[in-house]
Design a protein around this ligand. Structure first.
Ligand SMILES: Nc1ncnc2c1ncn2[C@@H]1O[C@H](COP(=O)(O)OP(=O)(O)OP(=O)(O)O)[C@@H](O)[C@H]1O
Ligand SMILES: [Mg+2]
Length: 398
């Protein structure tokens, strides 16, 4: 009986929260990112017309890379592209042969997924047995030769797959999320470029990489072939009108209203950071009492502490934790001295009272781990004001 009452209570009184910071945005919730979408549409048209182009999307944690890829997947499908969206989240790709096997077998799976189930399985098995994957490749010992052989085999496979696809699709798009993890596979990006560039005139493949790259930093400093092959877009803050649209649309689905002052508060405090925006909205909604259907300034005040606490726990702490002990100390000291998120290298050195060449490697670490941005030469920015407040509130010994 008690259980039943609890179940009834749960379904009637715990209401559905239209905000979810733990999942990428569904394409129908997606807002903004018009420049990236326009760019991708050009890439699709070029590729479908036999002049393939690629893209790289970079951005700090929670800036919306995965959400954008999901959106691009939907757009590409609407435009008659075969789409393979993959992520190296589980680190299942540790070397180049594994990458080749992964891409080719998943492309084949996509092709077969349109056939009846029994046929699909038979054909995938038959097909997999026609190439002897990884093991054979790993036996080739001479490194230069080995790379060339692997390139050649992969190219042939891709061409064959394209021949199977070409009648049904205008192009094939391979979307790779968490692509920064590929950076640890030595030479893989150059390998991808070599392979796809050479089949460009015979097959219509386009590749979109998304991740928290370091290679783009390096690439943007030198004019590299990789840079040209993967023109890079950095995701920046969402603009005000996108945020407003997002808040109002999501709330409308549950018939909950919001005061203009509360909207302004959310827009200002999120600073256009998608994760922070969605997390704040989630917690504001969560702070409504059972009988309330409107987010007022009161609700904002009520939720303030919870927001600071939960953002710290769910978002800022996982960013702070992986820093080296010295980098932690340095960023906490900087946060305690800084009035705003931006500071110069000289400010940092003065506040820390440490030599320049001592501080410099830690600043680089903080940049690499996405805690700092570098808006211009010699200037740095703590990635979010609420993160600055989180750091400044820390005890020195923490
Ligand atoms: N364009 C958008 N429209 C609406 N919501 C968005 C958008 N971009 C991101 N979000 C929301 O922001 C949050 C973080 O987005 P997402 O997971 O895509 O970021 P990410 O850059 O892939 O993060 P990570 O670096 O952790 O992989 C999600 O809750 C998502 O719903
Ligand atoms: Mg992601």
């Amino acid at each position: 009986m008690e259980k039943l009452i609890y179940t009834i209570y749960f379904f009637f009184y715990v209401r559905y929260n239209p905000f979810n910071p733990t999942q990428p945005a569904r394409p129908d919730f997606f807002v903004g990112r018009e420049p990236e979408i326009t760019e991708f549409e050009k890439v699709l048209v070029q590729t479908a017309h036999g002049s393939p182009m690629n893209l790289a999307i970079t951005g700090n944690r929670g800036m919306g890379k995965t959400s954008l890829l999901v959106k691009l997947e939907q757009l590409a499908k609407e435009k008659k592209a075969l789409v393979l969206r993959m992520s190296n989240y589980e680190d299942n790709i540790n070397d180049i042969p594994e990458f080749c096997d992964y891409v080719s077998s998943n492309l084949k799976r996509e092709i077969l997924s349109r056939k009846p189930l029994g046929e699909q399985f038979d054909q995938l098995q038959k097909w997999a047995s026609t190439f002897k994957p990884t093991i054979e490749w790993k036996e080739i010992s001479l490194s230069v030769e080995r790379t060339q052989v692997i390139q050649e085999v992969f190219r042939q496979r891709l061409l064959k797959l394209w021949k199977e696809l070409g009648n049904d699709f205008d192009c094939a798009v391979i979307l790779i999320d968490e692509a920064e993890s590929l950076e640890k596979v030595k030479g893989i990006l150059t390998f991808i470029r070599e392979v796809f560039q050479r089949i460009e005139s015979e097959a219509k493949y386009s590749i979109v990489l998304a991740g928290k790259f370091n290679f783009t930093e390096r690439m943007s400093e030198s004019f590299s072939p990789l840079n040209r092959f993967f023109p890079c877009h950095r995701l920046t803050a969402l603009d005000e009108s996108s945020m407003r649209k997002y808040i109002l649309q999501r709330l409308a689905t549950v018939n909950v209203g919001i005061d203009e002052s509360a909207i302004k508060h959310v827009i200002k405090n999120s600073e256009g950071h998608p994760y922070v925006l969605v997390a704040i909205c989630y917690l504001l909604f969560d702070s409504l009492n059972e009988n309330e259907n409107h987010i007022t300034q009161d609700v904002v005040v009520r939720a303030k502490e919870k927001i600071a606490h939960r953002l710290g726990q769910d978002f800022f702490s996982p960013m702070f934790h992986p820093l080296s002990p010295k980098a932690k100390e340095i960023i906490v000291s900087i946060a305690k001295s800084a009035k705003t998120t931006e500071f110069s290298f000289k400010n940092a050195v003065d506040w820390l009272k440490l030599p320049r060449n001592y501080v410099s490697p830690y600043i680089k670490e903080l940049l690499r781990k996405g805690v700092l941005d570098k808006p211009e030469r010699g200037r740095y920015k703590i990635f979010h004001t609420l993160f600055l407040e989180y750091l400044a509130g820390k005890e020195n010994s923490e």
